[in-house]
Design a protein around this ligand. Structure first.
Ligand code: MN
Length: 200
């Protein structure tokens, strides 16, 4: 089955004023849709068409640029939309909060590390909160549409939270002020979803 552009769990204007409606329309309806159709085209005839997106990421030949860029673009944005909610913000709780305290020292330290990774990623890319086998958390950043599921890329953990720092994610509203966008992201961050991914 070809991959499909997922519907959002919220409307394009649901994340305002933190993420504006026009950015969401273009980001989901054009950018993510583009990665989806180009991924399907790149997979045709490769024998990898039946793989799940997670499996496709973790078994990828990173020298295949079309699958790496568009497959990464597909996976990353699916995770990104779920990482946000109109009821987002607040703080992590439960086992995730405890793991953050254990591995970063405090929530503030985690937030600083994640924000710094996102702000200092040179050019286009993503910052991630990842979980390793055994539950240890780590922050890392990757370039372009790469992600830590890809062999030899990033910290090698499983991403449970990601922020898109391509200019297309924030430029209409924030222009060059990437740190303001990163701060705003925390106001829509869907910790319930991150907790679910941490638990699984
Ligand atoms: Mn994007």
């Amino acid at each position: 089955m070809p991959f499909e552009l997922p519907n959002l769990d919220y409307s394009y204007d649901a994340l305002e004023p933190h993420i504006d409606k026009r950015t969401m329309e273009i980001h989901h309806g054009k950018h993510h849709a583009g990665y989806t159709s180009k991924l399907n085209a790149a997979l045709e005839g490769t024998g990898h068409e039946e793989k799940s997106i997670d499996d496709l990421m973790s078994t990828m030949d990173v020298n295949n640029g079309a699958i790496r860029n568009n497959g990464g673009g597909y996976f990353n944005h699916c995770l990104f939309w779920k990482s946000m909610s109109s009821n987002g913000g607040g703080l992590p709780s439960g086992s995730l909060s405890a793991a953050i305290d254990r591995d970063f020292g405090s929530y503030e330290n985690f937030k600083n590390a994640f924000s710094k990774a996102a702000a200092t990623q040179f050019g286009s890319g993503w910052a991630w909160l990842c979980v390793h086998d055994g539950g240890k958390l780590e922050v890392c950043a990757t370039a372009n549409q790469d992600n830590p599921l890809m062999p030899g890329i990033g910290c090698g953990g499983k991403p449970i939270l990601g922020i898109d720092v391509w200019e297309h994610a924030y430029y209409l509203n924030y222009q060059n002020r990437r740190p303001d966008y990163i701060e705003a992201f925390f106001n829509v961050l869907n910790w319930e979803e991150v907790q679910k991914r941490f638990d699984s």
